[in-house]
Ligand binder design. Sequence first.
Ligand code: SF4
Length: 500
Amino acid sequence: MTTSTASAAPRTYEVRTYGCQMNVHDSERLSGLLEEAGYAKAQDGRQADVVVFNTCAVRENADNKLYGNLGHLAPVKAAHPGMQIAVGGCLAQKDRATITAKAPWVDVVFGTHNIGSLPALLERARVQEEAQVEILESLEVFPSTLPTKRESAYAAWVSISVGCNNTCTFCIVPSLRGKEKDRRPGDILAEIRALVAEGVTEVTLLGQNVNAYGVEFGDRQAFSKLLRACGDIEGLERVRFTSPHPAEFTDDVIEAMAETPNVMPSLHMPLQSGSDRVLRAMRRSYRSTKFLGIIDRVRAAIPDAAITTDIIVGFPGETEEDFAETLRVVRESRFSSAFTFQYSPRPGTPAADLPDQIDPAVVKDRYGRLVDLVNEIAWEENKAQVGRTVELMVAEGEGRKDAETHRLSGRAPDNRLVHFNADFSQVDAEGVRPGDMVTVEITYAAPHHLVADGPVRSVRRTRSGDAWESRTAAPKPATVGLGIPSVGVPAPLPDVPACG
Ligand code: SF4
């Protein structure tokens, strides 16, 4: 009898992620957990032995899409003995046992509070040959203590809190992610230092409502103190955060942003609506005057700040006058970009049961007008960048047409995307790696990106570039347990509101 080499090969996995940055970061943890448990990432085009869906309940028709995807996998599973399917994330938290009732070929359902159980649940499902559904009502372990397979060598998400104490009526997050839980500042800073030691030079502090950070341990200024403490971390070049809630935005945060050199001049602050009446119906406790006041103070303290936002059009009861208020606030705010959404009811949210749901044709029309205005302003703001010299952090995978245009792409300090000419003739450098820094002059502006078509002015090779290089040379990134992260490729941009 011969020993099968195939039987010695590790089982492979694939994680499919839907939704916001929280899910993107949770998926890094799911990958880390699976690799620590001995699984290997499936190669592109190869069927994985374990497929994990990290779902989102915020997206429209999320459940239909999930069951459609699960339906496609049923025959694949039947043809691959031993294959397992797991469903986690917000939709799993919400639908629980319904998932295995509707799709009995699913092996594991786990919630937002127990992602650490995934390997054990997969094993139990395999041994007991029956589906395992485990949903907890509250968090047992702060997820940052779980092993994490970081997707980027140079930029990393760092959770500072999970959950949210607000009750915005359109949002499913509070019922699925629970009350806000804050991580201790020392743990956050230790994680960032560990990341920097591995070559990361940019971190994005992540929470549903970052400026409420500290509510659990009773420090109203905890977030601004955290930003300032990030400023003391040697080697950390760029600090960003998402998302703050306008109601809790205090001036100490603006001062900390302005006075901490590595906190970048960019702010993503969700507006949602410019109408005070609609904000009240959304149960968002700030009003348009407060929102505009924050923007004024941010611009006074940080003149180059690029401000972005999230806006929902067609909330139940929104009149043409309410919508005109949103357009007014957009005009006055001069956002450099905005994630815009057409409201549609999400089952399980209070707004889904409100009377006066708006005719979809009206919502579509308003949405079109809003997008036109947002784009017009974003383009004007981008044109004002032409002629400026900026230092970019070279990015990976952000320029879809880079190969045909012979350009590379990078992010400016204000987070604007810049495609630059890969012309290094004037500098003493052969090229650059993702994570390195280049200085370029902006020559052209489009509504959603900038172009620098002159030669690169200077190149600064960084530890992030080194980390990227060693990571790409290595067969696969290592995972390290107990909250000490490893490194890997950039995270996708969000396609749902970032909350806050
Ligand atoms: S929109 Fe943001 S702030 Fe409002 S409830 Fe949802 S997570 Fe909390």
